[in-house]
Design a protein around this ligand. Structure first.
Ligand SMILES: C[S@@+](CC[C@H](N)C(=O)[O-])C[C@H]1O[C@@H](n2cnc3c(N)ncnc32)[C@H](O)[C@@H]1O
Length: 354
């Protein structure tokens, strides 16, 4: 999965092709309508008011085409000039091709006398602790996972090998004990025959992020579930999916480097690993409730017909509104109250196991 997505010459995210949007393979929320970025900007503004101080960092991870950064910065420069003055927007992206695209797209914010955006290739490049907000949309689902299966009463890992000119999966002893430790921590016992993807990279990442955040928030928007839902019998074959020209597939061994490969996120593990590094859960909700709390209904009231339809896509409960979840964590402050969390989610938002 790592090679298929990120190989320097052949990986999907390094192809330089248009992968997100109408001519690509899938849509993401920033691509659907700028209201998504505008409302996140509004949430960031409230966070900055809570934090106070004369500096506010935003670290966006996995910036894609740079649309979300553009919409957030555009809205902040127009509506919240005091915040714009003190904002420092940093983008971390693994893909060189996408980083080049982002730099071209965001030139307006880099050519001004006061440069507002900068890029890093690794978190170790940050010179000090962050004060502000770390943000990602559909980043964690793009991380390579371990595929495991319960075989003869024990946890096996599914490795990739080849036979007769084809890639095939083969079950063997897990490559690391971290896989069974991961399941123990969330108190999940897989049933015989079940397949489950385990995203060790995601928990490592949240742990690194928690450490570099001195004070502030982490907003994670992605498709996923509580661990009890993610590893339940209804998903006993896992959640690994492939996207190619807006069509869903389940075979990662075809169109190597030409299709996206993704899995659903385990938000319980993100919350638990966050707690280890001082991140408390501010709230966990769905995208519809998050955007409603920030005022999407008022934006829709005056929107022209086509824009109204696009905005509706972001919140439809049978689609992005419920599939996408929003986890907000905070560090270095008392439990804050945020507009994005004021409406109840469609599900039980208690994310941490008892
Ligand atoms: C599914 S795309 C989402 C893009 C964008 N956030 C959006 O909503 O349109 C995933 C993004 O994460 C980036 N990415 C994947 N793994 C990464 C890593 N380990 N560090 C930083 N960025 C990464 C990809 O290059 C890509 O920009």
């Amino acid at each position: 999965m790592e090679a298929c997505l990120y190989h320097p010459g052949l990986g999907y995210y390094e192809s330089g092709k248009n992968i997100i949007g109408t001519g690509g393979d899938y849509y993401t929320s920033p691509d659907i309508h700028p209201v998504f970025g505008r409302l996140i900007a509004k949430q960031i503004h409230q966070m900055a008011r809570i934090l106070g101080g004369d500096r506010f960092d935003v670290l966006e991870i996995g910036g894609g085409k740079g649309i979300l950064a553009q919409d957030i910065l555009g809205c902040i420069s127009k509506n919240y000039p005091d915040l714009f003055k003190k904002i420092n927007y940093i983008i971390l992206d693994k893909s060189t091709a996408l980083r080049d695209q982002q730099e071209r797209f965001l030139s307006k914010f880099t050519e001004a006398t006061e440069r507002k955006v900068c890029w890093i290739r690794d978190l170790s490049e940050l010179s000090g602790g962050l004060v502000g907000c770390i943000l990602s949309n559909e980043f964690f689902d793009a991380l390579p996972v371990h595929r495991t299966a319960m075989v003869n009463g024990g946890l096996s890992e599914l490795f990739v090998t080849h036979k007769d000119g084809k890639f095939i999966e083969t079950a063997d002893r897990p490559s690391t004990e971290d896989l069974s430790r991961y399941l123990e921590r969330i108190r999940i016992s897989l049933r015989e025959g079940s397949v489950a993807e385990i995203n060790l990279e995601a928990v490592r990442m949240i742990s690194r992020l928690g450490k570099i955040l001195d004070k502030g928030f982490i907003i994670t928007i992605d498709y996923g579930h509580h661990s009890n839902d993610l590893f339940s019998q209804s998903r006993r074959l896992g959640t690994l999916l492939c996207y190619y020209k807006h069509t869903l597939g389940a075979d990662p061994f075809i169109r190597i480097g030409e299709q996206d490969i993704t899995t659903h996120i385990d938000f319980t593990s993100l919350s638990l690993s966050g707690k280890d590094v001082g991140l408390e859960v501010t709230g966990f909700t769905d995208q519809m409730s998050f955007l409603m709390g920030l005022g999407i209904a008022q934006e829709m009231e005056y929107a022209p017909k086509e824009e109204f339809a696009a905005m509706k896509m972001l919140i439809l409960p049978n689609d992005m509104g419920r599939t996408f979840k929003v986890l907000i964590q905070h560090k270095g402050m008392e439990q804050p109250v945020l507009d994005g969390l004021k409406f109840k989610a469609f599900f039980d938002p208690t994310i941490l196991p008892e």
